[in-house]
Design a binder for this molecule. Structure first.
Ligand code: 3H9
Length: 709
């Protein structure tokens, strides 16, 4: 009888000798993150090299396309294991023999900190260097806040940490962060050449902890300015403020005191719900791309795109596709309309030129991929067509019938509708298997979210094609089922309604907006409506009027405002006043008078609301509808709802999305609120059965995100 023994795990750190040089390779796919095993391996390998008389120098490289992408984010929140990353970095720096790192691909966070602790740094051309911990609610916690200012200067280091941005190899060399930019693609070869040169010149170890800060007084003055700017921009975020504190310690204290400060503040950030929310957002944005159709089949090739409609959405989609390198034919119904469509496209690029982000030549080379047309025949060879015409089902069906006539077999036919029944659109033509929803958000060339709406008859490879297109266009795709409003707009309609009820019950639109901003949104729902145009919501309300439950409460204030032609910023007034085209609005006493009048008509005696109550109701409505959307399979998992709101609706990222937020608050508390509110209005505040079930079982939404359990 033969027994199969489990394979021993492959070593995540291995060493090879090249004469007197010991090469340590971190080999932990996919991105060589610094897991416990990697930290142990690195620590022990450096320890052994230090003690080995045959070793004269150490080289550290990463296997594959990356050096090291940082600490293993999956380990955050688990019991800490030794050695810690600061200990590993200190061990590297303490090595008595020169330690050289070669950086390629990602050298981020803890990965860059390993390199900063080494004595010399070489980069290959494709390297991207950064300390992006701030994006995860953290600060560089393995000496980065102390070593980077000593190596590249206080201001540049603080800006690198506060922005979370990556530096190219050239920029890193110019900033003094690395010593040498090597040609070629072989990290080991480049490293060996550099180490040999060092050994030939008898170069010594060079510890960044020993470096002093240039002109500390000037550095502190710069830091004061950065601190003030950070405090005003941080909108309740903890880690940017802590980063500034650590950098200040780098200037004012000894290296060891600075390290101790960094450790204490890092642990504080690590424990914060902000870190948990941001890490959830990081993984959720990657999980959303893992959908059954994309796993099961290959996408159809897409080399040529067509967009029907040159309005705001059509032009935005066209720009996004052109920027992704795709050739695009834009179709409009007549010469005047296509001229407007082309002008809309050019306006975006002209704006980029005005801001210095694009040159005239750059614009010309992008527009070389753009073909305006008034003939559907011109898109006969398109691989994928996106319809972005007026939001009316009959108009859309007519467009799809034309597409059915002219498009080649196998072309993907997508609609950019935000609410309409895509099953009905697909059912109107002879190839429903090719029809999918691609719901872009405005401005489509900027907003990350792309809802990929999956109608009943669509074939799986069309869905896979939509996900591949999203990747090419650098969008964050979320799979949604067909219903009125899909994931995002369906949930928005409900919490918007909760806001209107509070408005009629006594909160002013300005108090509601302020509470929502206080929660971390860039703007409140009434400001948002003024920005988007009140007429859009008005049209939706009119469309839904026929199917609205006659027992449901209806607040008329928004209609009264729209009836006056007050559609928001574009008309100079809406919920707010915008004198002389101002972008930020002022409270409008006439709006408050309309609100009072509607309260009187509805027989409501207004009562005060504080920010806490406003947010409890606003979030309870959002979470309850989110649970219904998950339960009905409109969203695959709670995390898909989270990503929709993070990437398309301005939900504060550090709270991780509405479903993550509900888990943080505790589902029993959210459900108790809903039951409490239901005493006033049981029809609106009907608890989602999924929420009740989870509470009864003592589970949270996160339990539904863990697939395969
Ligand atoms: C830190 O370092 C703290 C220290 O200062 C102090 C410690 C004491 N860990 O994005 P992709 C996974 S904080 C674990 O799709 P790309 C990712 O989930 C850290 N996993 O590829 C995905 O997994 P899956 C500071 C990680 O090519 C797969 O790798 N570092 C990590 O578009 C591929 O990722 C950062 O913030 C990680 N650190 O982009 C860098 N990184 O296939 C974070 C990635 O199962 N990472 N994964 O879905 C990134 O920015 C990008 O992932 C990177 C690659 C640019 C590296």
């Amino acid at each position: 009888m033969t027994t199969t023994l489990p394979c021993p795990p492959l070593p995540v750190v291995h060493t090879t000798r090249h004469g007197a040089i010991l090469c340590i390779t971190v080999d932990n796919p996919p991105v060589n993150a610094l897991s416990t095993a990697v930290r142990r391996g690195l620590f022990e390998a450096v320890q052994r090299a230090d003690a080995d008389d045959q070793v004269a120098a150490v080289l550290i490289v990463g296997e594959g396309a990356n050096f090291i992408a940082g600490a293993d984010i999956r380990e955050f929140g688990q019991a800490p294991q030794l050695p810690s990353l600061p200990e590993v970095c200190n061990r590297i720096e303490d090595c008595g023999k020169p330690v050289v790192t070669v950086l390629r691909g990602a050298a981020l966070g803890g990965g860059l900190e390993v390199a900063l602790a080494a004595h010399y740094r070489v980069v290959l051309r494709d390297a991207k260097l950064g300390l992006p911990e701030v994006n995860l609610g953290l600060l560089p916690g393995a000496g980065g806040t102390q070593r980077a200012p000593r190596i590249m200067g206080v201001k540049a280091a603080a800006e690198l940490m506060l922005s979370g941005k990556h530096l190219s190899s050239k920029a890193a060399l110019a900033a003094g962060l690395v010593d040498h930019l090597a040609e070629g693609e072989d990290a080991v070869q480049a490293g060996l050449a550099y180490v040999n040169a060092l050994l030939n010149t008898k170069a010594h170890v060079r510890r960044s902890r020993k470096r002093s800060i240039d002109d500390p007084a000037a550095a502190l003055a710069e830091l004061d300015l950065l601190a003030a700017e950070t405090a005003s921009k941080s909108r309740g975020l903890l880690s940017p403020l802590k980063i500034v504190e650590c950098v200040r310690a780098a200037v004012e204290s000894s290296f060891d005191e600075g390290l101790a400060k960094e450790r204490a503040l890092f642990l504080e950030c690590l424990d914060s719900p902000q870190r948990a929310g941001l890490v959830h957002a990081f993984f959720a944005e990657r999980e959303v791309t893992k959908v059954p159709e994309a796993n099961a089949c290959s996408p159809r090739p897409v080399a040529k795109l067509a967009v029907i409609g040159g309005g705001t959405m059509g032009a935005g989609i066209t720009v996004a596709a052109l920027e992704a390198g795709l050739p695009v034919v834009m179709v409009e119904r007549d010469p005047e309309s296509i001229a407007r469509g082309q002008a809309n496209v050019e306006k975006v690029f002209n704006g980029q030129i005005a801001k210095g982000r694009l040159t005239e030549e750059g614009k010309a080379s992008i527009l070389a991929r753009y073909t305006p047309s008034t003939s559907y025949e011109s898109i006969a060879d398109a691989d994928l067509v996106i319809e972005a015409v007026f939001e009316d089902i009959e108009i859309k069906k007519a467009v799809f019938k034309k597409l059915d006539r002219v498009c080649k077999p196998g072309a993907v036919l997508a609609t950019n509708t935000s609410y309409l029944d895509i099953d009905a659109i697909a059912g109107a033509i002879g190839r429903p298997q090719d029809v999918v929803g691609l719901h872009f958000f405005s401005p489509a060339n900027i907003m990350k979210l792309l809802e990929i709406v999956v109608p009943a008859q669509v074939s799986a490879d069309v869905v896979a094609t939509a996900f591949a297109l999203a990747r090419k266009m650098k969008k964050t795709p979320v799979r949604a089922g067909v219903c009125d409003g899909f994931i995002g707009n369906r949930i928005l309609a409900v919490y918007r309604q909760a806001a209107e009820y509070m408005l009629e019950d006594g909160a002013s639109p300005y108090e509601i907006d302020e509470a929502v901003r206080g929660f971390g949104y860039p703007m409140g729902p009434f400001q948002m409506s003024d920005l988007a145009g009140g007429d859009i919501g008005w049209a939706t309300r009119k469309r839904r009027a026929a199917t609205r439950d006659p027992r449901a409460r209806y607040v008329h204030v928004a209609d009264r405002i729209c009836e006056r032609g007050w559609f928001g910023q574009k008309t100079g007034r809406g919920w707010y006043l915008y004198p002389q085209g101002a972008r930020s609005g002022q409270a409008d006493p006439e709006v408050l008078a309309i609100v009072d009048e509607e309260r009187r008509k509805a027989g409501v005696t207004p009562r005060p609301f504080n920010a806490d109550e406003i947010m409890r109701r606003y979030m309870a409505a959002m979470v309850n509808e989110g649970a219904k959307v998950v339960e009905e399979g409109i969203a695959l998992r709670p995390l898909d709802v989270d990503v929709t709101f993070l990437c398309g609706y301005g939900f504060p990222r550090h709270r991780g999305g509405p479903m993550k937020y509900a888990d943080t608050v505790g589902l029993p508390i959210v459900l108790a609120d809903i039951r409490n509110f239901a005493e006033e209005d049981p029809l609106f505040w009907k608890p989602a059965p999924l929420l009740e079930k989870l509470v009864a079982e003592g589970k949270d939404f996160a339990s539904l995100n863990r697939t395969g359990e």
